[in-house]
Design a protein around this ligand. Structure first.
Ligand code: UFG
Length: 328
């Protein structure tokens, strides 16, 4: 039987496809290539199109013998979600509803869902635990939380079992250097810093240095994309083994400020990486650090890339060798 990976041509999705293939799983990718890259999917069966295309979804479920779904396909830009919330309700919530309806129709009972630290909003305490208060401060986090809730009710009503994985800051690239991060336009910290190192930008704009943190810049928990990918496979094993739904945070449990990330990138790249302090970006919490104890305990998840230097090094290997990302 095959595993359907929606959004498998995206950043985290493509790394997960590679991870699943390395475990001997049969993988089918469905991606509309709105944000994803065809070249990021190097093996497995590929369907190009949208989950909301009912005919295509029927075709995928009827042509393939799908055991479980790993659902990445979504929009994930916090700022854009504030500007255009309906786009996020459509692309994220409506899409998940259609996917779940398809799963129910074709008797597919397991799903691993790509959720986010943005479901918590401003944290009530650090490190953040799964049961902590969830009050998203933007529509992106709100739509992901709505999908988690939809999953809970679908479990109760139709017996669809799920694992929701709340990622903190995904970073890095596959260690073989063949796939990595390529968002257009790029908005994430580490790729932007590396674009400065490559001379593609003059400097990094640091969004605020007056946060209540040791150096005034925001603190985040950076977790390697291959470690995230591996957690999806472990989540599927847990569903296979126990058939129980669950939610897990995924992070390294260590926070780094924007300035610390820049300092580490200077060491890795040997480039001075000039900075400019600009006003805060709306909706950025000061500190986000995960407690991933539950995932470590229940999934036996153990991040392999637990130093920021290692994570940045893999991103640098990818970006230096693919300065235009997937563009030819
Ligand atoms: N930052 C800058 N300058 C930049 C880009 C980012 O100073 O040019 C700062 C941000 O203000 C933030 C940190 O670097 O403090 C990390 O920013 P990213 O945009 O790389 O990541 P976020 O923490 O904003 O977002 C990530 C995921 C989102 C998810 C969010 C959860 O990318 O999908 O975590 O809070 F919603």
């Amino acid at each position: 039987m095959a595993i359907l990976v929606t959004g498998g041509a995206g950043y985290i999705g493509s790394h997960t496809v590679v991870e699943f293939l390395s475990k001997g799983e049969e993988v089918v990718v469905l991606d509309n290539l709105q944000k994803g890259h065809r070249d990021a999917v190097r093996a497995g069966k590929f369907y190009e199109g949208d989950i909301r295309d009912a005919r295509l979804l029927d075709q995928v479920f009827s042509e393939q013998n799908i055991e479980a779904v790993i659902h990445f396909a979504a929009d994930s830009l916090v700022g854009e979600s504030v500007q255009d919330p309906l786009k996020y309700y459509d692309n994220n919530v409506v899409t998940a509803q259609r996917l779940l309806a398809g799963m129910v129709k074709y008797g597919v009972k397991s799903i691993v869902f790509s959720s986010t630290a943005a479901t918590y909003g401003e944290p009530e305490s650090i490190p953040i635990q799964e049961q902590d208060r969830k009050e998203p401060t933007n529509p992106y986090g709100e739509t992901k939380l709505a999908i988690e809730t939809m999953l809970k009710w679908c479990d109760q009503a139709y017996g669809v079992k799920y694992v929701a994985l709340r990622y903190f800051n995904a970073a890095g690239a596959h260690s073989d250097g063949q796939i990595g991060e390529d968002h257009r336009p790029e908005s994430h910290l580490i790729p932007i810093i590396l674009q400065v190192a490559l001379g593609q930008r003059e400097r990094l704009a640091v969004f605020g240095d007056d946060y209540p943190t040791p150096d005034g810049t925001c603190v985040r928990d950076y977790i390697h994309v291959t470690d995230l990918a591996n957690a999806h496979w472990l989540a599927l094993q847990k569903l296979r083994r126990t058939g129980e739904s669950a939610v897990y945070n995924l992070g390294n449990g260590e926070g780094f400020s924007v300035r610390q990330v820049v300092e580490k990138a200077r060491e890795v790249t040997g480039h001075p990486i000039p900075l400019e302090i600009v006003p805060r970006r709306a909706g950025d919490p000061a500190v986000l650090i995960a407690s991933s104890e539950k995932a470590q305990r229940e999934l036996a998840w153990k991040p392999q890339f637990n130093s920021l230097g290692q994570i940045i090094q893999t991103a640098w290997n990818w970006q230096r060798n693919h300065p235009k990302g997937y563009a030819k």
